[in-house]
Structures are given as C-alpha cells and as structure tokens.
Design a protein. Sequence first.
Length: 105
Amino acid sequence: MNEIEPRYEVLWPLARRAVRNTAAAARAPDLAGRTVGFLWDHIFRGDAMFARIREALVARYPDIRFVGHEAFGDTHGSGREAVLAALPARLRERGCDEVISGIGA
C-alpha cells in the first residue's frame, strides 16, 4: 500500500432488520360477490389500468362491486399520512373485501 494514499475505516453497510417479515393474508378463493377497492398514488395511469382491470373482473365475476380510488384519496401525495391513517376505516365503511393498489412505475 502506498503511504501517500488516504486510509479509511470501513463500516458494514447493512444494518440489522428493523421490520420483521410477516406472512401474507390468505387470498379469497374467488371474487364472486366481493367488493374491491382501488387505491392509487395518482402517478402512472391508474385510472386507465383500473378500467381494464374492472372490465376483466366483471367479465369473470358479474356480481363483483368496486369502490373507486376517489373514495380514498391519493396514497402518495402531500396528504398521504392522513390518507393512509384513515384507510382502514374507509375500507370498512365502504365494505371492501379486497384491495387493488396501483402504484406508479
């Protein structure tokens, strides 16, 4: 090693995990008669994607119901903390059994 070159202390870049992994919730066996809420971060064409998803799901499950993303608010914008804090209650109020969350890409 050349003595002119600086010498640096090195730290391990990975920290201990702060969040524990948890098992995913069980999926519904199908969506017949279920109510699906759409969540969106208002970034990437969620409105267009939700229309396509809705069309495909209605073709397969004619009695499916939907709650649009407008009912919940922007999950990414400046008020996201309040939107996310209120989300569990809003999902219950609107009778949502399932959620499709559209995020920008």
